[in-house]
Design a protein around this ligand. Structure first.
Ligand code: NAD
Length: 489
């Protein structure tokens, strides 16, 4: 059974004063939403709710910001993005503490997230000077030249699971490529976005290029997306919301970049080092309390190694130290918000009713804070809800399979296709997975799904488009072909 660690006594830096950032100015409003520490349910801050006028001001500012920013040189943009990133690195301790307070994740994980956010900025800064066009061979006296130009003001929506690195992805893509952006960051976890705005303000980003708002998500998206000023909608979150926003954008022929849910399969082949695979999987599963779109969740384990895998995996999951992220011994914090507690309990109850074996965990820990036990379900029937719906929490499914073909069939039997994983030393097995697993990302013998330099995104209901890699800035630019005859023909 998971036990709670104790918080340490050191006083963290104060939680930031939360404001909107519009047209280079900080502003607050009369209406606010509380930001609650999920460890103890105590309010740590208040996030202002944007009014219609604030959103209209942000739209006008983003249009002006785009006019000037898109006319700056890529090298100047890259220098400014790198300067902001350097400030964020300097402030990593303050930012990580704020994230741990509002989200609950262990401080060291929050610090690594801040660093990862900076790496996103630095990668996209490097890519800004490489948005190459091309010259198409032509008849004498004529030139065909393909240009990539910044697409325009972006409306972006980032979720609560990675308060720094998720907004960083969107802001990096937009600002590096010469766009302006209105970012609606998560109201539950606003500190990362606020620090990003502060860093860009401090290094002199012109007004209107970056605007950060908070409020009622549906009110903001339904106001921003239909506005003709918005030329791209970038969203990370659930498939259900992504579908709604894509529908709204399509009415205006506005392109979208959608990073949506996942329900990552892990194929464990009989030839692998089963104990090592089980331990690394358990540790990765419980990272961020499983609230990760790439979290390894559906394990399909060859029956020859199933019992051993299940035993080692269950033992390591149940040994996870759960507690306050401020305690250095904590491996897993609480769920980030209260609505995830009944969601997780519901998945477990339904699976057990359907005949699954509950190997460990399955319920809330205590009655203060949103702690949930690391949970392992085995032999889960296909008709259990959790086989199709992403649990987005510290819950893993471990099912036996007879062959790699069956594992691949099971892996592909959900509407999602974001991250996927395999453990094998056989080249032919790995090759089969590369050919057949339906996912935007496949990782073999590692549970690292993406890096700044690798393209990340989904297939099927997991979304559309890629962030990171050399593909990352494509969505923030449009292609213009110029045909230039030297004299009138
Ligand atoms: P949700 O579907 O209510 O919200 C998901 C995200 O979308 C949140 O950040 C929310 O603020 C935002 N959102 C909701 N309605 C919106 C709207 N009309 N316009 C703009 N933004 C809107 O779910 P939730 O309870 O917050 O999170 C649980 C589910 O969300 C999970 O099951 C998971 O699939 C998904 N999720 C995915 C990611 C990811 O990284 N892909 C991150 C967070 C949540």
């Amino acid at each position: 059974m998971a036990t709670l660690s104790q918080p340490h006594a050191a006083t963290p830096p104060p939680y930031p004063d939360l404001q909107l950032y519009i047209d280079g100015e900080w502003r607050t409003t009369d209406d606010y939403l509380p930001v609650v520490n999920p460890v103890n349910e105590i309010e740590v801050g208040r996030v202002p709710v944007a009014r219609t006028q604030d959103l209209d001001d942000a739209l006008a500012a983003a249009q002006r910001g785009f006019e000037s920013w898109s006319a700056t040189s890529p090298r100047d943009r890259a220098d400014l993005v790198r300067a902001a990133s350097a400030l964020l690195r300097e402030r990593q301790d303050e930012i990580a503490h704020a994230i741990t307070l509002e989200h609950g994740k262990p401080y060291q994980q929050a610090r690594l997230e801040v660093i990862r956010g900076c790496e996103f900025f630095e990668w996209d800064a490097g890519e800004a000077v490489r948005t190459y066009g091309r010259v198409i061979p032509s008849a004498p006296g004529v030139r065909y030249v393909v240009h990539h130009q910044p697409i325009g003001p972006v409306a972006a929506f980032s979720p609560w699971n990675f308060p720094m690195s998720q907004p960083a992805r969107k802001v990096a893509g937009a600002v590096a490529s010469g766009c302006s952006i209105i970012l609606k960051a998560a109201e539950e976890t606003p500190a990362g976005a606020l620090h990003i705005a502060r860093a860009f303000d401090d290094v002199g980003l012109p007004p209107g290029v970056l605007n950060v708002v908070f409020g009622v998500p549906a009110d903001i998206s339904s106001h921003l997306i239909p506005n003709p000023a918005i030329k791209l909608v970038a969203f990370t979150g659930s498939t259900a919301v992504g579908r709604q926003l894509t529908g709204m954008a399509s009415n205006h022929m506005t392109p979208v970049l959608m990073e949506l849910g996942g329900h990552a399969p892990v194929i464990v082949c009989e030839d692998t080092n089963v104990e090592a695979a089980a331990v690394t999987s358990a540790v990765r599963k419980m990272r961020n309390a499983g609230q990760v779109c790439t979290s390894p969740t559906r394990f399909f384990v060859h029956q020859d190694v199933f019992d051993k895998f299940l035993e080692v995996f269950t033992d390591r999951c149940s040994a996870t130290v759960v507690g306050d992220g401020m305690d250095p011994s904590t491996e897993m914090g609480p769920l980030a918000n209260v609505r995830r507690v009944p969601a997780l309990s519901g998945f477990v109850e339904d699976a057990v009713d359907c005949g699954a074996d509950l190997m460990t965990g399955g319920k809330r820990i205590g009655d203060t804070g949103y702690f949930f036990e690391p949970t392992v379900l085995a032999n889960v029937p296909d008709h259990a809800g959790v086989m199709q719906e992403e649990p987005f929490g510290p819950l893993a499914i471990v099912n036996p399979v007879d062959s790699l073909e069956e594992a691949i069939y099971c892996a592909n039997s959900v509407p999602y296709g974001l991250a996927s994983y395999g453990f094998t030393n056989r080249a032919d097995y790995a090759d089969r997975m590369v050919e057949k697993v339906e996912a935007g990302n496949l990782s073999i013998n590692t549970l690292e799904a993406s890096l700044p330099e690798t393209p990340f995104g989904g297939v099927k209901s997991s979304g559309y488009g890629r962030e990171g890699g050399t593909e990352g800035l494509n969505h923030y630019t449009v292609v213009k072909n110029v045909s230039h005859a030297m004299r009138i023909v």
